[in-house]
Design a protein around this ligand. Structure first.
Ligand SMILES: [Zn+2]
Length: 448
């Protein structure tokens, strides 16, 4: 019996879940209650069989996938090809989407019983609660924030009811889902703006800039506004599109030309977006330079902009972006103000958790602002046994791995041993215990 027949006969998914489902899988079994693993006696591709509550079986499969690279003006020439060891190119490569989002779902490399992962979601009744991306940026991305689940659902319904086409310039909500995100730097020197810097720190920077500014008054006034009225009113001012903002930006740029070391973000942004109002907003944010393997956590309402570098990004399965500057795209100031969380963020880094030798996870749920976020990103660098809780997506950025699914004692069942070469991506259709050999750097998106 071919694999797809097994899948279709199942009629239910062992991991039926919603995008924000909080179902937890406990105990030693990697499978949900009601499911058990056993050897794949039929010798079909996959090697793991989950038995559904109806007693029928679904083969767990590992499927090579691919997608088209997303180009963008901020993309890094040949960046994704370099990150994945593909043939060199000079194209401005911004993102590679590895997920089921209908805007750009990943596809099986070989013919399968589904054309793309969004179709697999419909067939299986399963929703991947994440979207994995490889991102490479040569220039700053837009200043942006993403909605929480309630804001996303309400915003999507509102724009649908208003009859705004999903591809329209002024459409903000392309789907009804939240988009919290994390990013791990693939190289030293990944730069980003992330979260509001403590007010006292920004005030100190503004004091220094005012001391050297040819036109210090707008800088002093901005400092006064921030320290007396706080972040909300100060951000509202930066988004007001008034002449006063342009005067302030001109004063900041002139000060930066006197001494570019006080707030290097001014020069970085000025080179990409000369005299953009977003320069004033950018100055309120933490400016971080990550080392390889360091990570940022960007929960709902966090304002951020990646500036330069390569990273692996994992986020909610959404494309909902509220922009606040550094973009020719639509800026909806009112909706951005509704979405932003005006808290000071002392350190937006997400510390990984060691799971075993050669395996660690970047887990949003390990910090209070990530409570309820089901996805996490595993980094595998050496041989290991992975107990994957649910359908997962793999991408290899370095080295070479072999993945074996259980039930594949010699003689190996066809397809139960898989070669995961550098630059390849794979989709595991359900939770499984996978034995990994080889070494390098492999990323696994999964969810609990
Ligand atoms: Zn973002």
């Amino acid at each position: 019996m071919p694999c797809q027949s097994v899948w279709h006969s199942c009629g239910e998914s062992p991991h039926r879940r919603h995008r924000w489902g909080s179902r937890r899988i406990s105990g030693a079994s990697p499978f949900a209650p009601g499911f058990k693993t056993h050897a794949n006696a039929r010798g079909e591709a996959g090697g793991v069989v989950a038995t559904g509550q109806n007693g029928r079986v679904c083969a767990v499969r590992l499927i090579p996938i691919h997608n088209d690279i997303v180009s963008s003006s901020w993309g890094m020439p040949g960046g994704i090809s370099r990150a994945l060891g593909w043939p060199e190119t000079t194209d401005a490569q911004a993102e590679l989407w590895l997920g089921a989002h209908p805007s750009a779902p990943a596809r099986p490399i070989e013919a399968n019983d589904f054309e793309a992962l969004d179709e697999w979601e419909k067939q299986s009744g399963t929703t991947l609660p994440y979207l994995l991306k490889v991102l490479t940026a040569a220039h700053p991305l837009s200043l942006q924030a993403h909605p929480n689940p309630a804001q996303a659902a309400a915003g999507f319904a509102r724009e649908e009811a208003a009859g705004i086409a999903r591809t329209a310039f002024d459409r903000s909500y392309k789907d009804p889902y939240a988009k919290p995100e994390l990013i791990v730097a693939l190289n030293d020197g990944f730069q980003a703006l992330c979260g509001f810097r403590p007010i006292a720190q920004t005030a100190a920077v503004l004091t220094q800039l005012a001391e050297i500014a040819p036109e210090p008054e707008p800088v002093r006034a901005f400092r006064e506004l921030l320290t007396t009225e706080g972040l909300r009113n100060t951000v509202a001012f930066t988004l007001s599109r008034t002449a006063d903002v342009q005067t302030l930006v001109a004063a900041l740029v002139a000060a930066d030309q006197v001494d570019g070391t006080i707030a290097p973000v001014i020069g970085i942004v000025q080179r990409a977006f000369p005299h953009d109002d977003g320069i004033a907003l950018a100055l309120l944010l933490n400016h971080l330079t990550l080392r390889e393997g360091e990570s940022l956590w960007l929960p709902a309402g966090n304002v951020h902009a990646y500036l330069h570098g390569s990273g692996i990004e994992l986020m909610g399965p959404s494309d909902n972006v509220l922009r606040g500057g550094l973009t020719p795209k639509h800026i909806d100031e009112a909706e951005l103000m509704n979405t932003l969380v005006f808290d000071e963020v002392a350190d937006p880094r997400l510390q990984p958790i060691e799971l075993a030798d050669g395996v660690r996870t970047y887990r949003p749920a390990s910090v209070p602002s990530g409570e309820g976020v089901p996805f996490e990103l595993w980094e595998v660098t050496a041989q290991a046994t992975l107990t994957l809780p649910s359908a997962s997506i793999f991408v290899v950025t370095d080295g070479d791995f072999t993945l074996t699914l259980p039930g594949s004692e010699p003689p190996l069942a066809a397809g139960s041993e898989h070669h995961l070469a550098r630059g390849s991506a794979h989709f595991l259709t359900d939770g499984a215990v996978a034995t990994i050999s080889g070494g390098g750097r492999m990323w696994v998106a999964t969810a609990r």
